[in-house]
Design a protein around this ligand. Structure first.
Ligand code: URA
Ligand code: CA
Length: 433
């Protein structure tokens, strides 16, 4: 096989065989096919697309380019949840103990944050002592004992995807649905879960800003998962404003504790209940979404979910007393109001700008080696649809030294305030299964 012929084939809109895709991904991984040929191929895919079979084959080839995690030693149907990236998305912290409380095993591999999006590991590390540096054996043992554990990302997970994503980033080929879907799904499949629930974000703060694109991406990922033998479903949820009220590591741990206590923000609670119901159904703990939801609501009301959070924290060397005493979590030295400059209704909040403001305070990384401040972040006191008087706070900065002025400016710029009444945005747009 010659790569030049395969580029021509895709350029002409024809579909690759499995052998051809394996040849390309193997050759690229081992360096026998150079960047410039793969760039041209990615651009041909950008314009010509890929069939369902090609997408599944590409995903599988990338899975096999590196290590895969074998979770077969864990009893039951292991369900993973993946979000396509949002701001202040605290769902993993809540869902892991919540669905574990109803008996769904959660074996979660998570990453650190970069830029305007936070990472689950950073949030968990705001709990004193908490460690995700555990061996695979410990990880499996903890899930068997406690139904939930989180481990840091393995270095050698889907290296072909890492290399291809880096190349796409500098060749204007990131924004291709078959390439995005295969990239995300390859990582999920390599991480070993039997079933996957996807939270595909849509709106100004999301990777996919248009609803139709978000639906198409969700459909593509669900098809790949099901095609490769993993039960997969997706929810399309709103990211036209940050989820919940807190953005920042320790702040989001507090918000997760509130939510597990039944006192969380309405949007965050609702999204967790919906994602959790899908996880319960895929794991065969509930026959219907309604039944799953009831079980989850009971786990919150009975205190079982919160208890599960303590067990989960303790098992990974964290100080579980923060659950009853969240005031002992890292706390910033200053709380500074960001005041509305005019009266009216909040019409929009540019979520990724709020994420950037939190990063400027030190809650997130500008580059992969930035050191973050676990205590700092932003509390949104007004969200879309709320009325605000001029001079009233729309947000509160939890700040130490860094970034107060710039963060204040970013927040003011990202709030649009109008005279007319504004409806709250829809939270869940669609379910794809
Ligand atoms: N996120 C990924 O992991 N891959 C993509 O291609 C795009 C977003
Ligand atoms: Ca939040």
């Amino acid at each position: 096989m010659r790569m030049v012929d395969l580029i021509e084939k895709k350029r002409n809109g024809l579909a690759h065989t499995k052998e051809e895709i394996d040849f390309i991904i193997n050759g690229y991984s081992t360096g026998t096919i150079p960047d410039y040929q793969v760039s041209a191929w990615a651009m041909a895919i950008y314009f010509q697309g890929m069939t369902q079979d090609e997408r599944a084959n590409l995903t599988e080839a990338m899975v096999h380019s590196g290590d895969t995690i074998d979770l077969s030693a864990i009893e039951g149907i292991k369900v993973d949840k993946h979000s396509t990236g949002g701001v202040g998305d605290t769902t993993t912290l809540i869902l892991a103990p919540l669905v574990a409380a109803i008996g769904v095993p959660v074996a979660k591999m998570s990453g650190r944050g970069l830029g305007h999006t936070g990472g689950t590991i950073d949030k968990l590390e705001a709990i004193p002592g908490f460690s995700v540096e555990i061996t695979n054996d410990t990880f499996i043992d903890l899930v068997n004992r406690n139904k939930a554990a989180v481990i840091g990302q393995t270095q050698n997970l889907t290296p072909a995807d890492k290399k291809l994503y880096g190349l796409r980033d500098v060749t204007a080929t990131v924004n291709s649905i078959p390439l995005i879907a295969s990239s995300i799904m390859s990582k999920k499949l390599a991480a070993g879960a039997d079933a996957i629930v996807l939270d595909v974000k849509t709106g100004a703060g999301a990777f996919m800003k248009e609803l139709d694109d978000s639906k198409e991406l969700a459909r593509a990922m669900v098809d790949i998962g099901n095609n490769l033998g993993r039960r997969t479903s997706a929810i399309i949820s709103d990211m036209s404003q940050p989820l919940g009220r807190m953005i920042g590591n320790a702040l989001e741990v507090k918000e997760a504790i509130d939510t597990l206590n039944g006192r969380g923000p309405e949007d965050l609670t609702e999204l967790c209940l919906q994602l959790g119901s899908h996880m319960a159904v895929l794991a065969e703990k509930a026959a219907t979404l309604d039944e799953g939801r009831k079980l989850l609501e009971e786990a919150i009301q009975s205190g079982k979910a919160l208890e599960q959070f303590k067990v989960f924290i303790e098992a990974q060397n964290g100080d579980a007393s923060v659950v009853d005493h969240p005031e002992t979590l890292p706390t910033a030295s200053n709380k500074i109001d960001v005041k509305a400059t005019k009266s009216g209704y909040v019409a929009s909040i540019v979520a990724d700008q709020i994420g950037t403001a939190a990063m400027l305070l030190g809650a997130g990384r500008q580059t992969t080696d930035s050191v973050i401040d676990l205590a700092v972040g932003i509390e949104l006191t007004k969200k879309i649809g709320d009325y605000v008087e001029a001079g009233e706070p729309i947000a509160i900065l939890h700040a130490n030294e860094a970034g107060v002025e710039e963060a204040t400016k970013k927040i003011l710029d990202s709030y649009e305030i109008t005279d007319e009444k504004v409806k709250e945005p829809t939270l869940i747009y669609d379910i794809i299964q």
